[in-house]
Design a protein around this ligand. Structure first.
Ligand SMILES: [Zn+2]
Ligand SMILES: [Zn+2]
Length: 350
């Protein structure tokens, strides 16, 4: 009922920006170590990604951009964007192996209920540009490929930043629902993700942005999730759910000022897991992405993996934060306004 595969390749560690850059693959290896120490891989199958043909990237990226990344990768210096995503030698291959992991996880859903690639989730990459530490958008690509088999797909992105690349690539897409909960505040990266961005053409109404103020804690976050994301998913009734679980909505993250605890994350993951069994025959793909407090991110991914694979153990419980966080009345009021507006915009008024 919860047959789960976990995709991993030691080559994931090659995706590492130099110097003091916040994005390091140590997060992924710390998470995997926590899982190994708790015997997860006796119950979860560990699977290595297969090599992929780079032309598959052209489903979501322009050839000029793919060629540009390849040339920069050989050169080994400079930036892929205006300054967040530095180049290192071999970045093309390093990014490609992460994409291969997500595509392997998607393929594994043919024989597993759930598949996990904490090495994936590069939601900022756009059709024609890198952005925010992301080179190739494996989230949008997985959705595009999945559309050949599944009628309706829901992407739920709970990274602390707006999933702008995924939104841009799939903005007019009629088969994939894109839900993103993120911090939204003046000058905060990437600047997009307001409530009025709802999709276009045949995709109109299928982009749902839940912009949250700094200070949003477990209580208000979970309420917004239940009132908007859950209701939209129930209405859409997807055959596959992709959860993009960045760890940077955690209260201890240095880049984002949301206040989720591991317990808050776990509530969201439990609900998504339940929805997958209710609507999608269990089909659930879990991806990673942001998370700059490495310890918190590793714990979030570990307790989430345990939930999805139905592993219950006190050794897992001890990884959780002690207690839920509460939002201030000011923040709660703001989030209630957002919920009410979103209900109107997306026709979720009871
Ligand atoms: Zn399950
Ligand atoms: Zn993020």
């Amino acid at each position: 009922m919860h047959k789960t595969a976990f995709v991993w390749d030691d080559k994931y560690l090659l995706y590492s920006f130099p110097g003091e850059h916040p994005f390091k693959p140590l997060r992924e290896s710390m998470a995997k170590k926590l899982m190994e120490e708790r015997g997860f891989f006796h119950e979860i199958d560990l699977v290595k990604p297969s090599r992929i043909d780079e032309n598959i990237l052209l489903k979501v990226h322009d050839k000029n951009y793919v060629d540009f990344v390849k040339a920069m990768s050989e050169k080994g210096s400079g930036y892929l964007d205006s300054g967040d995503t530095p180049v290192f030698k071999g970045i093309f291959e390093a990014a490609l192996i992460r994409v291969a992991g997500t595509l392997k996880a998607l393929e594994l859903l043919n024989s597993y209920d759930h598949a996990i690639n904490i090495g994936g989730g590069f939601h900022h990459a756009k059709r024609n540009s890198a952005e925010g530490f992301c080179v190739f958008n494996d989230v949008a690509l997985a959705a595009k490929i999945a559309e050949e088999k599944y009628d309706k797909i829901a992407i739920v992105d709970i990274d602390g930043h707006h999933g702008d690349g995924t939104q841009e690539i799939l903005y007019a897409d009629p088969k994939t629902l894109k839900i993103s909960l993120h911090m939204y505040h003046r000058n905060f990266f990437p600047g997009s993700g307001n409530m009025e961005e709802i999709g276009e053409g045949d995709g109109k109404g299928l982009t749902v942005n839940i912009p949250l103020p700094p200070g949003t804690a477990d209580d208000a976050y979970i309420e917004a999730f239940n009132e908007i994301a859950v209701k939209k998913i129930q209405k859409f009734s997807p055959n596959l759910i992709i959860l993009v679980e960045g760890g940077d909505s955690h209260f201890d993250d240095p880049l984002v000022e949301l206040k989720l605890t591991t317990l808050g994350y776990l509530q969201i993951v439990k609900e998504v897991h339940r929805l997958a069994h209710e609507y999608s025959n269990g089909k659930l793909l879990l991806l990673g992405v942001g998370g700059y407090n490495y310890d918190a991110t590793a714990r979030i991914w570990t307790v989430s993996t345990a939930e999805i694979a139905n592993i219950k153990s006190p050794d897992v419980d001890v990884l959780n934060d002690c207690c839920y966080t509460s939002s201030t009345p000011f923040v709660i009021n703001k989030v209630h306004d957002i919920i009410n507006k979103l209900k109107e915009i997306h026709g979720l008024v009871n």
